[in-house]
Each structure stands twice: as structure tokens, then as C-alpha cells.
Design a protein around this ligand. Structure first.
Ligand code: GLP
Length: 241
């Protein structure tokens, strides 16, 4: 495991973008596992800037995203598909037909998840998986207690996540209560993992994930068993390390 420290959010984003760029340059047809949340936004901005300068080419890249809300269409501005389009895909020369996000409109959860596992297999697995981390150590939507051996599955969102999301929707009924997420097993089979974390709110989760016992109570702790993990974090997130 390698840990790089960045001075601030901008510096962390640049360093993470450098690592992702190296993957794209070394393997132009790489399969990138991508993530949403506020953490990777700066990294995506940096990748777009380098693409616009002519330093990066996404034309042969395939992407698979970690998760999506069940019930939301890609046009909904709260969906993760919409997030990926607006924060990255619309600004680079990636072929959108090769960008995959779980199908939030598939009502049959078993089918949605089986289809997504099949997509991950058919693209040949993930070369580099980008991860953020939740304050409780969750990755994707694998909340504490999630079984390590799960592949893509449907999760009931926690009460606190539903409440936190309520401000983005008109009524409580519109707030998604479930999501489809890659499981820990999908994440662990990626060849390389790049985890990005900033801010003191992530310090406890990062410490427990990297140095605590490996337990489903801290989903990211399983990364200790992965052979190729790179962490890029600021001083706040690394405060306890
Ligand atoms: C959500 C996402 C995760 C993300 C996490 C942290 O739960 N499903 O993929 O890592 O939030 O988000 P942020 O980067 O905004 O702190």
C-alpha cells in the first residue's frame, strides 16, 4: 500500500488525476472503475483539463461505476449517471456506449445486479478502481455490516442517508430508498485500487480502514488484503496516521 499526502483538496485531486492518467497512458483501452461523491470532482476536473490540452485520450476507455440509486433515470439530476455525464463524460472523448452505471430504472433488483456483474465480467474486469470513503468506512454503498463476498446487490439506504438526500427532492416520496452497488468482491477483484480522501471527517474511517482489524463493520478495512492499493489524502484525512 502506498500513501501519498496532498497539501489540500486541489493538490490531492491533481495527484489522484496523475495516477489515473498514468493508467490511461499505459493502457489506452483500460477499464476504469469510477466513483461519485464530492471527493472525485476535483480529480475529474483535472482530467478534463489535461484532455483539453491534448495530453489524454479517452477514446478507447471503458468505465464501470460503483453504484446508482434504484428508481432514478439517468436524466434525473440526482442520479449518478447524470453526475458522471456532467462531471466527466460530457467533457472528454469517451464513447458513452462504453460507460456503464447500474440501471436504476430496472425494477427487478436481481436482474439489475446480475446484468451489472455480467457487464463487469464481459469488459474483462477493472484495471483501476477509484474509491471515495464514507465517514463510517463505507465504499460504494457497502455500508458497515455488508458481507465481503457480495457482488453487485441492492441495498436499503440508511435512514441518515435518506434524510441527508431529502433536500435534493420535492417530496419525501421522491427520495430513493434503495440503491444498486458493486459489492466488496467486485471492488477487490480490480487489479489496482485508488482511494481518495480529504478532510478530518474521514480521519477516523481512514485510520480504522488502514490499521484497524479487517471487519465488515469497517467495509474499507478489506483493502488491507488487496495487493495494489494507492491512497491519496490530505493532512486532515491522515491526521490519525
Ligand atoms: C456516497 C457514495 C460513495 C462515496 C461516499 C463519500 O455514499 N456512494 O461512493 O465515496 O458517498 O462521499 P463524499 O466523497 O462526498 O464524501
Amino acid at each position: 500500500m502506498i500513501i501519498y499526502t496532498g497539501k489540500d483538496y486541489y493538490d490531492v485531486s491533481r495527484k489522484a488525476a496523475n495516477i489515473m492518467s498514468a493508467q490511461i497512458i499505459m493502457k489506452p483501452n483500460a477499464v476504469l472503475g469510477l466513483a461519485t461523491g464530492s471527493t472525485p470532482v476535483g480529480m475529474y476536473k483535472q482530467l478534463i483539463e489535461w484532455y483539453k490540452k491534448g495530453d489524454l485520450d479517452f477514446s478507447q476507455i471503458t468505465s464501470v461505476n460503483l453504484d446508482e440509486y434504484k428508481g432514478l433515470s439517468g436524466d434525473n439530476d440526482q442520479s449518478y449517471r447524470y453526475f458522471m455525464n456532467t462531471n466527466l463524460f460530457d467533457h472528454v472523448n469517451i464513447d458513452k456506449a462504453r460507460t456503464y452505471v447500474p440501471n436504476g430504472l430496472e425494477e427487478d433488483s436481481e436482474k439489475a445486479c446480475a446484468d451489472y456483474n455480467e457487464i463487469i465480467r464481459s469488459v474483462g474486469g477493472i484495471d483501476m478502481q477509484l474509491l471515495g470513503i464514507g465517514g463510517n468506512g463505507h465504499i460504494g454503498f457497502n455500508e458497515p455490516g455488508a458481507a465481503f463476498e457480495k457482488e453487485t446487490h441492492c441495498v436499503d439506504l440508511t435512514e441518515s442517508t435518506i434524510k441527508a438526500n431529502a433536500r435534493f427532492f420535492e417530496t419525501m416520496d421522491d427520495v430513493p430508498k434503495q440503491a444498486y452497488t458493486m459489492g466488496i468482491k467486485n471492488i477487490m477483484t480490480a487489479k489496482k485500487i485508488l482511494l481518495v480522501a480529504t478532510g478530518e471527517t474521514k480521519a477516523d474511517a481512514l485510520y480504522k480502514s488502514l490499521y484497524g482489524p479487517i471487519t465488515p463493520n469497517v467495509p474499507a478495512s478489506i483493502l488491507q488484503l488487496h495487493p495494489d492499493v494507492t491512497i491519496v489524502a490530505d493532512e486532515g484525512a491522515l491526521k490519525l496516521i
